[in-house]
Design a protein around this ligand. Structure first.
Ligand SMILES: [Fe+2]
Length: 276
């Protein structure tokens, strides 16, 4: 069971670059082509926020055009760059599970796995927060399926990464989220976006990760006074592979660089001899 995770696509209106130099639309087009060309198709493509750069209707229309060729259905949640109402209105035709308005959290069961997609955005703010109502909803969702393994997804990481300017804008009430997740042993992992680079850690005693952007990466600078900058590192996404088994089974997260690369090249000749 494969779930792809794209995040932080930051699409602008047609013909516009992000930050004057990043062709986010071109990067998303490459990501869609890469996903469609994978020999094993994911059941769904989770998109963990910041789909658009400024949250306008034009940007979401452009986003929808770019992801329309995807073979797998999309499961989007908003990030701090998104506009909640415009997001819901423009994305629902492609993602009918999305609530019509208000808090855009939702739950989807796919192939024996429960995906809990949490809206962590705070309108007008860069940081995230999960309100008490949303935490209570999450607790209920985890309680009604007390055995089905669950994957929790949200835009803002509920943990620090060491990149100070991003940590200032993480999910503020992480301890409350952690307290909910600790009550449910069938939670497999917490997966996030926002930081535009692969980060692996633990949260609530389980695996936790941040996926890279298919476009620009936040500069990896661990000095407390480092400015917030970006770099055009190799684009990427995550592919989460879940296998049922004892307990909640096993979740393997693969980092997938996006692009066209030479290969695959064989190690062995047809007769079995190593290629010299
Ligand atoms: Fe972002």
């Amino acid at each position: 069971m494969l779930i792809a995770q794209l995040t932080d696509t930051h699409i602008r209106a047609k013909g516009q670059l992000a930050y004057g130099c990043v062709d986010t639309a071109g990067f998303l087009k490459a990501a869609v082509a890469h996903l469609n060309g994978m020999p094993h198709q994911p059941e769904a493509v989770l998109i963990t926020g910041d789909l658009a750069e400024t949250g306008t209707e034009e940007e979401y229309a452009h986003f929808c055009d770019l992801v329309a060729p995807l073979k797998a259905p999309i499961l989007p949640i908003p990030g701090n760059h998104d506009d909640r109402d415009t997001f819901a209105r423009m994305l629902r035709p492609m993602a009918p599970m999305l609530p019509k308005s208000g808090d855009l959290s939702y739950a989807v069961d796919i192939g024996g796995l429960r995906l809990l997609l949490i809206d962590s955005m705070v309108p007008g703010q860069a940081h995230g927060d999960i309100g008490d109502d949303r935490l209570a909803w999450l607790d209920r969702q985890l309680s009604v399926q007390p055995v089905m393994p669950a994957l929790v997804a949200l835009h803002h990481p509920p943990f620090d990464t060491g990149i100070a300017k991003m940590d200032a804008h993480s999910c503020r009430n992480a301890p409350a989220l952690e307290a909910v997740l600790l009550r449910h042993s069938h939670v497999l992992a917490t997966i996030c976006g926002h930081v535009h680079r692969t980060v692996l850690t633990t949260f609530a005693g389980k695996a936790a990760s941040i996926a890279p952007s298919p476009a620009h990466a936040i500069e990896l600078s661990l000095r407390p006074d480092a400015p917030l900058e970006f770099r055009l590192e190799p684009p990427g996404m995550h592919l989460h592979a879940w296998t049922p088994g004892a307990g909640s089974g096993r979740l393997i997260t693969h980092h997938v660089p996006i692009g066209t690369f030479s290969g695959p090249h064989p190690f062995f000749e047809p007769g079995g001899r190593p290629v010299g």
